[in-house]
Design a protein around this ligand. Sequence first.
Ligand SMILES: Nc1ncnc2c1ncn2[C@@H]1O[C@H](COP(=O)(O)OP(=O)(O)O)[C@@H](O)[C@H]1O
Ligand SMILES: [Mg+2]
Length: 226
Amino acid sequence: MRRKGVEVLSDISASFKVGTVTGLIGPSGSGKSTLLRCLVGVQRFESGTLTILGHPSGTAELRGDIGYLSQNLAVYNDLTVAENVKYFASLYSSTKSDVTRVLGEVDMTDFAGKRVDQLSGGQKARVSLAVALVGNPKLLILDEPTVGLDPLLREDLWSLFTDLAASDRTLIISSHVMDEAERCQYLVLLREGKVLTQGTPAEIRARTNSPTLDSAFLALIKKERR
Ligand SMILES: Nc1ncnc2c1ncn2[C@@H]1O[C@H](COP(=O)(O)OP(=O)(O)O)[C@@H](O)[C@H]1O
Ligand SMILES: [Mg+2]
């Protein structure tokens, strides 16, 4: 796939398993956001097919099934937590019980009346996640949701992601931080628009004879250069 004439993704072949957290891991500029945008259906691509939950990406049937958190947080600072969620719920013609549900799911019920600009970074990330959960999507696509957060908050969010997957959702989460890769059940490692490898963390470590995913990634890059 090309953006402004430059090849950004090529020969991508990856499958994402239902009910798991899949990590899309790669350095900045490797094509993570582009690939996620293709999955969501907001990015046009030239060739190939992309099937999600049995439908081609971008089709109307999928709209309610996919929750997307883009790399730029898309919540309104001058609204309260509940107002933000209500606003997005109204776009999805969701009900009041949906608002209550998603606030509970991200553990933000106690902050419902607080304005977003008075929240911490971690709480803001939760509100964005709440918005993505409106409409009760089966698939959640999160683009670098933990970027800029301290390690403790990242840890909190990752356990939340695991909980969400346990309630029968599929999560695809991008990150450029290797230590987050270890928390995923399945990984797709991306570099320069190509899938370097994919598999469970254990499989990838074993395949490369590496003690850590960091060294596995390095080994794969070196192998490719040879
Ligand atoms: N709007 C755009 N027009 C042209 N090229 C773009 C655009 N957005 C991103 N790119 C290019 O696509 C490549 C992948 O970018 P991106 O998907 O944002 O990577 P990542 O999310 O992994 O950092 C980069 O080389 C970037 O320069
Ligand atoms: Mg990106």
